[in-house]
Design a binder for this molecule. Structure first.
Ligand code: BES
Ligand code: MN
Ligand code: ZN
Length: 520
C-alpha cells in the first residue's frame, strides 16, 4: 500500500473515497452563538458538527451531504464515528465519508490515529481501492503539522495490516493508495509521514512474526527472518546456536529448549548510531515460539494462542529495525532468546535445578513458568553490555491479563525516574501503560527451598509482580531496568485499538520503545 502526501485543493480529490474530519462543539457551547430563542432551542437538541478548511465550495457540498445525517441523528462527530455516503460524488471522488474527532479541545495524536484507522478499515470494507483524507478538515488544538501527519499516517498504515499468507486463493483486495491531501505541504508533514511509514512497516513486520504459527516461526526461522530484515540497514545481527548458548553458560535458557526437537537461538541485534562512548539502551524480548507449558502442560483449550508467546521478542526485533531504519542517533542492543517449550524426553521436570549465567540456582517447580527462565540469562548478558537502561517485553503471565485485561501494558520498575520516562514515552505514542508494584515482599516469595530461587511464587496472587521480582535477580542494581508484561496486549486487542488487528499480534510497545531509545 502506498501512502502519499498530496498538495491539492479539496475539489481536485479524485479517489474512490474521500474522508473529511468533523468535530463537535463542546456541549456547553452548543447554540451559544445564536441570539434567537427558537434557533437556540433547535441547536440544543442536535449536536453542532463542524467541518473545517475545505474552502467555500468544498464546505458547501460536504455540508449539504451531511445535513440529513445530522437531522436524523446518525452523525454527531464523536470520536471514531464513521458515516459513509455512497455515491455522494463530492469533489471528484465517488464516495464521501465523515469521520468524527470529538471535541476540538480533546483532540490528541491518539484521537487522530484512531479516527484515521477507523476510517481506513471502514473504507476497506466499502471496497474502496484509493482513499483520500482531506487534511485541511482536520481541526486540532495546536498540534504540530508533523505530529498530526505522523498520527494520521500511522493510523492508516497500522490498520492496513492483515495476515492471510496461508489462505489459498486469497489475493490482497485491500486499499492500494492512501493520499493525505492538503492545500499546503510542509517539511514537518513530510517528516511525519516518513516516520510513520517506517514505524508501521516495522510494527507490521513484528506482527507477521507473531502471527505465523509455531511450525512456521521456529527459533531458527525467527533468527533467519531477523537477519533478512536487517539486510541493508546498519543493524548487525549475530545468532548464537545451541552449542554457543551452552558454552556461554546460559543454562537456564538452554534447559527450557531441551524438551523440543527445535534448537534454541539467541538473537543479538546491535545498532551504533552515536559515539562509541555513549552507553547503549538494551531491549530484551521473550521469544517463546511455542509454549505448550512443557511437562506442566497447559490445558488444550486456547493452547494455539501460545504461538504468540514470542511477541515480546518480535517486538524487540521490530523496535531495533525501526531504530536502524530511522537512523536514530543512539546506540541500542536488542536481545531475543528464542525457543520452544515442549514436553520432550529431555525436558525440564518439576523440581529440576538449573544454574543461570550469573551463577544463581533455580528450582524449576513449574515448567510452564518458562519465560523467566529464558529472560534471566538474556538480562545477565544485557547487564554485561553496561547499558544506560534495560527494557524487556514478555508475554510473561496470565495474571497480567487478569489484572489489566487487553487495554494497558503493565510495567514494573523500582526506579521512579525511569518510570517517569516510560510514562512520558507512552504518552507521546498513545500506547497505554500502567505501572505495577514491585517490592521486597514479592522478591521474598520467589526464594527456593533447595536452590537460590524458585521459578514460581510460594505465595498466592500477584503473579505478575512475583515474576518481575524473579527477573530482578538477574539485573545489576545500578542499571535502570523496566519489565513490560504484554501478556494481555501482545495480541487480540483490536477491539480496543482500531489500528490493531481484532485477532492477531499487535506490536505493542514498539513505538514506545523507539521513543525510550531516545530518552538517554
Ligand atoms: N506464556 C505464558 C503466559 C501467558 C498466559 C501469556 C496466557 C498470555 C496468556 C507463560 O509462560 C505462563 O505459562 N505463565 C504461567 C506462570 C505460572 C505457571 C507461574 C501463568 O501465567 O499461568
Ligand atoms: Mn508458560
Ligand atoms: Zn510462556
Amino acid at each position: 500500500m502506498k501512502l502519499e502526501l498530496l498538495k491539492s485543493s479539496f475539489e481536485q480529490i479524485s479517489s474512490d473515497l474521500v474522508v473529511v474530519f468533523a468535530t463537535k462543539a463542546a456541549a456547553k457551547d452548543t447554540g451559544k452563538e445564536s441570539g434567537k430563542k427558537a434557533d437556540k432551542k433547535d441547536k440544543e437538541q442536535k449536536p453542532k458538527v463542524t467541518v473545517e478548511g475545505l474552502g467555500k465550495t468544498g464546505t458547501a457540498t460536504v455540508t449539504e451531504k451531511i445535513t440529513s445525517a445530522l437531522e436524523d441523528g446518525s452523525l454527531s462527530a464523536s470520536a471514531c464515528e464513521f458515516v459513509l455516503f455512497r455515491d455522494a460524488k463530492v469533489a471528484q471522488a465517488r464516495h464521501l465519508a465523515v469521520v468524527g474527532l470529538g471535541e476540538v479541545k480533546d483532540i490528541t495524536a491518539e484521537v487522530i490515529r484512531q479516527a484515521v484507522a477507523t476510517a481506513f478499515t471502514s473504507a476497506k470494507a466499502a471496497k474502496a481501492k484509493s482513499v483520500s483524507f482531506a487534511m485541511d478538515s482536520l481541526a486540532h488544538n495546536s498540534l504540530s503539522p508533523e505530529i498530526v501527519m505522523q498520527a494520521a499516517a500511522e493510523g492508516a498504515a497500522l490498520a492496513s495490516y492483515s495476515f492471510h499468507e496461508f489462505k489459498s486463493g486469497k489475493k490482497d483486495d485491500g486499499v492500494t493508495t492512501v493520499h493525505f491531501v492538503s492545500t499546503s505541504k510542509n517539511k514537518g508533514q513530510e517528516k511525519g509521514l516518513e516516520t510513520a511509514t517506517v514505524l508501521a512497516e516495522c510494527v507490521n513486520f513484528s506482527r507477521w512474526l507473531g502471527d505465523r504459527p509455531g511450525n512456521r516461526m521456529t527459533p531458527t526461522i525467527l533468527a533467519e527472518e531477523t537477519a533478512k530484515a536487517a539486510k541493508g540497514t546498519k543493524l548487525k545481527v549475530t545468532v548464537w546456536d545451541k552449542a554457543k548458548i551452552k558454552t556461554e553458560k546460559m543454562n537456564s535458557f538452554l534447559s527450557v529448549s531441551l524438551g523440543s526437537s527445535q534448537d534454541p537461538k539467541f538473537i543479538i541485534m546491535e545498532y551504533k548510531g552515536a559515539a562509541a562512548s555513549k552507553k547503549p539502551v538494551c531491549f530484551v524480548g521473550k521469544g517463546l515460539t511455542f509454549d505448550s507449558g512443557g511437562i506442566s502442560i497447559k490445558p488444550s483449550g486456547g493452547m494455539e494462542e501460545m504461538k504468540y508467546d514470542m511477541c515480546g521478542g518480535a517486538n524487540v526485533i521490530g523496535t531495533m529495525l525501526a531504530i536502524a531504519k530511522l537512523g536514530l542517533k543512539v546506540n541500542a542492543i536488542g536481545l531475543v532468546p528464542a525457543t520452544e517449550n515442549m514436553p520432550g524426553p529431555s525436558a525440564n521436570k518439576p523440581g529440576d535445578i538449573v544454574i543461570a549465567r550469573n551463577g544463581k540456582s533455580i528450582e524449576v517447580n513449574n515448567t510452564d513458568a518458562e519465560g523467566r527462565l529464558i529472560l534471566n540469562d538474556a538480562l545477565v548478558y544485557a547487564c554485561e553490555q553496561k547499558p544506560a537502561a534495560i527494557f524487556d517485553a514478555a508475554t510473561l503471565t496470565g495474571a497480567m491479563v487478569v489484572a489489566l485485561g487487553n487495554i494497558h501494558t503493565g510495567f514494573f520498575t523500582r526506579n521512579d525516574k525511569l518510570a517517569a520516562k516510560v510514562d512520558a514515552a507512552a504518552k507521546s505514542t498513545g500506547e497505554l501503560v500502567w505501572r505495577m508494584p514491585l517490592v521486597d515482599f514479592h522478591a521474598r516469595d520467589m526464594k527456593g527451598t533447595y536452590a537460590d530461587l524458585s521459578n514460581i511464587s510460594s505465595g498466592k496472587g500477584a503473579g505478575s509482580a512475583t515474576a518481575a521480582a524473579f527477573l530482578e535477580n538477574f539485573v545489576d542494581k545500578d542499571i535502570p531496568w523496566a519489565h513490560f508484561d504484554i501478556a494481555g496486549t501482545g495480541w487480540h486487542n483490536g477491539d480496543r485499538f482500531p489500528y490493531n488487528p481484532r485477532k492477531g499480534a499487535s506490536g505493542a510497545m514498539i513505538r514506545t520503545f523507539v521513543e525510550l531509545a531516545q530518552a538517554f
